[in-house]
Design a binder for this molecule. Sequence first.
Ligand code: GN1
Ligand code: MG
Length: 373
Amino acid sequence: MINKILDNYNIKGNLINIKEDNTGNINKTYILTYTNDNKQVKYLLQKINSNVFNEPYLVMRNIELVTNHISKKLKDADDYNYKTLTIVKTNDGLNMYTYINEDGEKEYYRAFHFIDNCISYDNFKDSDDALKLAYETGKSFGYFQRLLNDFSPSLLTETITDFHNTKKRFNDLLESIENKITLRAYDFSYEIVDLISKIKECSVITDNLGKSIPLRVTHNDTKLNNILMDKKTNEGIAIIDLDTMMPGSILYDLGDGIRSACSNSFEDETDKDKIYLRLDLTKAYLKGFLEETISFLTDEEIKYMSLSIKILTYELVLRFLTDYINGDTYFKIKYETHNKDRFFNQYYLLLDMENKTKEIDDFIMDTVKNLKK
Ligand code: GN1
Ligand code: MG
């Protein structure tokens, strides 16, 4: 089947290996290795999850606009270290190939040049160089934002409506409970009541977006494994997984980045004692991020930075629980209670964060003061 897709690409050389990559929760990803003139060249082939992305054409349009902009900015700045994804066009010059499968359904594929000699992490817990990696992660996501600072959000389509709309996510949870598709909600009455008590505080970004909080072009899925780090230097090289590039708040990217990169555990760790936010990594991340973004962040954005970490974790709590109650229709799962484990993981992480907000806030204020000197 993959060969049928690849017939539509003019890739030189012989295909010698196809490896499936299972790290993402949404799309299907393959790494293809070709040999050409005794050299190995790799590509990334992805099947876009069209249940999640109803309009893949628009997703690809967003990605093409953003990657063109970034590569031009990198060229202008003579930055040959940092990279961006590059789309491999089909023989017809398109950024995506539409395949009609045996059942007459459309499947959407796109290819990218593979960025080699890099590694992506799901968590830094096993790394000896975690502090530097966290700093580099914050810096890279900050740099990514800086490169897009002059790119108008109005050029991009909102391909998943209300993606980070906290109230909408909250209402989705209530709806899933009401619909009783499964009876799983009964097991979480304590947690659900607690989540209801937090919705007001956690709606701050959604309520103020486009008003006191500026609308920018944002990544919206700044999970740790969506950044490639140089294997040797541990520097951030490229931000990947650009499907959710949309208008949004920089606070979504910051909060999601820290909840993911600075947690002590993987997103599905079940040992409660291991689930907490690492303050050392959080500070390193914030430092890197602020160094890159301080020149354009507004006071209002700075004010809500520490709260954004909680808000984005809260959002994942809602989303994993909703999907579990709905019978696992959104996130890929590897076993029956996977979404339940992810839910509890993010819930315990959220509870831990609540005790750390003050220290994070103080750190942000100090760092901002020093950088502005
Ligand atoms: C999904 O595809 P992946 O694994 O990078 C999800 C994110 C969640 C994340 C949680 C389009 O990201 O929003 O934060 O899982 N992406 C989409 O692990 O829903
Ligand atoms: Mg994704």
